[in-house]
Each structure stands twice: as structure tokens, then as C-alpha cells.
Ligand binder design. Sequence first.
Ligand SMILES: NC(=O)c1ccc[n+]([C@@H]2O[C@H](COP(=O)([O-])OP(=O)(O)OC[C@H]3O[C@@H](n4cnc5c(N)ncnc54)[C@H](OP(=O)(O)O)[C@@H]3O)[C@@H](O)[C@H]2O)c1
Length: 237
Amino acid sequence: MGGWQSHSIQAAAAVQPIAKELSKPSYALSVLGMPGLTAYAGLHILAQAKAGDVVLVPAATGAVGGTVGQLAKLAGCTVIGIAGSAEKCRYARETLAYDACINRREGDLREHLDALAPNGIDIYFDLVGGEFLQIASERLAIGARVILCGLMAEYNSSTRAGGPPPGLWIKARAAVHGLVVYDFEPQRDEFISKYLPLVGRGALTVQEDITQGLEQAPAAFGRLMRGENQGKVLVKL
Ligand SMILES: NC(=O)c1ccc[n+]([C@@H]2O[C@H](COP(=O)([O-])OP(=O)(O)OC[C@H]3O[C@@H](n4cnc5c(N)ncnc54)[C@H](OP(=O)(O)O)[C@@H]3O)[C@@H](O)[C@H]2O)c1
């Protein structure tokens, strides 16, 4: 949809009006927009989350991850997040209702996961790729679902991680899904009508990291890549 620019001309058929029930138009870019739909599609349509599932979410307080965590909790799952600071982890537990959150910059992720998910992970919602995908794949429960959605750990790297050996997924009888949110456009209305009331009554926390002015867009993007954002990064014009 255009680039980093103040105006963009699009064919009418390529755009859609924002649902008029949204109290803030920015929600159409965050919790009830592309990141929210990504979370819904991965968690509910592909992974078929159910009560009791142990769900692991990296980038746990980000635009997609923060919504995955909240939707999983609403579905009765046990939700473990991974985030980049103690402060983000506190937010994940206290505001987003994660059951536990691991600071990825402290201690050994393997040991934390063994302690928090001794019976394995039922759903790994991968937003980062790299080593975390390997570590999570080593700890899958039988019948696990792995959602391959993002590669935050790899975008700035000149080499690509090889990926976990398929034997780990075979052993767990895992279903591994690649997710591209644009495939779920037909489910957008269903998603909005299910979750709009929850946003309205505060049962779904909206996380937006808003920067003012187009000239600040590169700095906002830099903060996202360094993990300094909290929620969907938006630039207000
Ligand atoms: N497949 C699709 O259709 C689809 C749709 C939407 C988004 N995505 C992808 O999903 C991912 C998340 O997107 P988002 O918009 O929700 O971003 P985001 O979570 O708001 O921001 C990215 C977060 O990733 C974490 N991170 C950064 N570098 C990392 C590293 N080296 N290792 C581990 N974590 C790291 C940081 O959080 P911490 O510092 O707290 O760990 C950072 O805040 C992106 O890769 C995006 O491209 C894919």
C-alpha cells in the first residue's frame, strides 16, 4: 500500500473502508487489522488452539505476538511468552495476562522452557526463526502445531539459519504451517466481528507504539528492529 509517503493513490477495489464501529481508526492497523488477523489466522484457523494447550510466543509484546498471547489466553491456553527485557516481561504477565514470560537476554532459554513446559509445547507461534525455532522444535508435545510466521532474528543477518532437522517434527507428529496473512482476507470480517466487542469492553488490550511525523519513520523502524517497540509501530501523519 504505497511506501513511506504522505499520500497514495489506489484503485477503489484494492482498498476497503474501516469498520465504522471502530472507536479509533488506528485499530484497523493494529489489534483489529493485519497483525490481529495474523494472530487469529495462525492461532485459530491453522493451529486450532484449544483450552489446555501450552502456547509459546516469541516477540510476546509485539504487534502480532501480543495479540496471539491474548487470544490464546482467552481460549483457555497456558501461554508462555519470550520478550527482550524484564520490563516487557512484566507487561506481558501483568497487562497481557501471559502465564509466564522469559527474558531472552537473561539465562538459558532451554532451561527456562524445560522448567515452564515440562510436558512440551503444543503450539509454537514462530515470529523470529533462527535458534528459537530450533529450541522450540526440540520441545514439542505430541500433536504439536508450529506456525511459521516471521523471521525477526534473521532479517539483519547476512546468513540464513539452516532450520531444525525435520526429525524433530516427525517425532512430535507436528503440523507445520507457513502463514501468509493475505490468504485470510475472506476471514477478516469474521475476525473483526468476533473481537471488536472485546476491544470495546477492554478485554483485549490494544498495543500501539505511535510516532508523530513521517520524518520519524526511519527512527521508528530502527526501534522495531532493535526490539525497543511495545506493540504495533505506527507513524501518525
Ligand atoms: N507471515 C505473515 O503474514 C506476517 C504477518 C505479520 C507479521 N509477520 C512477521 O511477524 C513478525 C513480528 O511482526 P510484528 O509486526 O508483530 O513485530 P513486533 O513483534 O511488533 O516487533 C518485533 C519484535 O521482535 C523481537 N525481536 C527483534 N529481534 C529479535 C531477535 N533477534 N530475536 C528474537 N526476537 C527479536 C523484538 O521483541 P523483543 O525484544 O521483546 O524480543 C521486537 O520488538 C515479523 O517478522 C513480521 O515480518 C508476518
